[in-house]
Design a protein around this ligand. Structure first.
Ligand code: SF4
Length: 369
């Protein structure tokens, strides 16, 4: 798609040049790049190499596909995803049966495509619990991964096994990177995938020709570099010891912290508070429900109403001005005590929370090798 063609494509979708450049700036921000990279992103998207995509679905609910398609109006993100040539996607492609399989075979034979995988792969009993066209998911994944430039696993099922892997894991479900070990694999965890993060990953790939930097669980740092708890809009209430104790109580109506209701924000790495969902309208914590930890391995086993460990307790960063008259307890000390009181009041199992202060988080935010 050439420059003129791309501009025409934008115009046809009712997207102005200004909106396109704004989108590029937002993508640079989402990818934690300096704003100067927006121009480079714009150049890359205006002259994109049409990269074929093969999208495989295995043990899943198609929720990530729904998320991929979920846009209330044509957006620049859609246009970007349009520049990819989705040659095979069982749910959205027009072709069916042998025609669909032929399209996939042709793309695989040509090579140089992105492989996106949704759903976990069953290995028990020879992989019989998920077969397509008489072939097992494991077999189909290995075949498609062999010629791929890179593999992007989307959703908790494809990244960490998800619901199918929950105890007792009857199908022997595993995530993609347990089977694909000779290709770059990126994990876009979540239940479902947030399409903003897929778009940003594609933009990064088209701009720089490679996948973004990842943490120890192969999740891109731009999206999973910080805990929900660190950027949560209810964090002030956690620090102040103001907690919802029952659904619909006064604290719930006032928007207080959901820690006591089982919120997993303190142990979950994801950018939900920043990018939110449904065109940025809202996200679970804003809607009044705690984070369920859907971007972490084994989140189905976390226990919906169990309080999560708190790995560090920090005092509020905002204090009264130093010019204020001295009080019985200094503002600084009050702040520290307030923070600690918040944690102590918040943790039903105080001992658990305090013991966890020295424990290592289950998911490292450190860079991969
Ligand atoms: S515990 Fe949950 S609701 Fe409370 S501040 Fe942390 S992430 Fe937000």
């Amino acid at each position: 798609m050439g420059d003129a063609h791309f501009k025409q494509h934008l115009l046809q979708r009712g997207i102005s040049r200004r909106e396109f450049l704004k989108f590029c700036a937002v993508m640079a921000g989402t990818l934690a790049l300096e704003h100067t990279f927006a121009a480079r992103i714009a150049r890359a998207l205006e002259n994109p190499k049409r990269t074929p995509v093969v999208w495989l679905e295995f043990q899943d609910c198609a929720g990530c596909t729904e998320s991929f398609l979920r846009a209330s109006r044509p957006t620049v993100a859609e246009i970007v995803l349009d520049v990819l040539s989705v040659d095979y996607h069982e749910t959205i492609m027009a072709a069916a049966g042998h025609h669909a399989e032929e399209a996939k075979a042709a793309t695989i034979a040509a090579g140089g495509y992105l492989l996106i995988v949704e759903g976990s792969i069953p290995l028990a009993d020879g992989g019989v619990y998920c077969t397509i066209g008489g072939r097992t998911a494991a077999d189909l994944l290995k075949e498609a991964a062999a010629g791929a430039l890179a593999v992007i696993a989307v959703g908790n099922c494809a990244t960490f096994g998800g619901l199918p892997k929950a105890s007792p894991n009857p199908t022997g479900a595993v995530g993609v990177d347990e089977l694909v070990t000779d290709k770059p694999v990126l994990n876009l965890a979540g239940c479902p995938l947030n399409v903003v993060n897929l778009t940003a990953t594609v933009v990064h790939f088209l701009t720089f020709g490679r996948l973004p930097e990842t943490d120890g669980l192969k999740r891109p740092l731009f999206a999973y570099g910080h805990r929900i708890h660190d950027n949560c809009e209810r964090r002030g209430h956690f620090d102040a010891g103001e907690f919802v104790r029952a659904w619909g109580d006064e604290g719930h109506r006032k928007g207080w912290c959901l820690y006591q209701m089982g919120c997993k924000g303190p142990v979950t790495y994801h950018n939900c508070p920043a990018v939110r969902w449904n065109d940025g309208v809202s996200w679970p914590v804003a809607a009044g429900h705690g984070c369920v930890g859907c971007s972490e391995p084994g989140f189905w086993e976390f226990g919906a109403y169990k309080t999560s460990p708190v790995f560090d307790v920090t005092p509020p960063t905002t204090y009264p001005p130093v010019e204020q008259p001295a009080q019985a307890i200094s503002p600084g000390a009050a702040g520290v005590l307030g923070g600690l009181a918040g944690a102590v009041l918040g943790a039903a199992a105080v001992g658990t929370a305090m013991a966890a202060l020295k424990a290592k988080p289950p998911s490292s935010g450190g860079k991969s090798e």
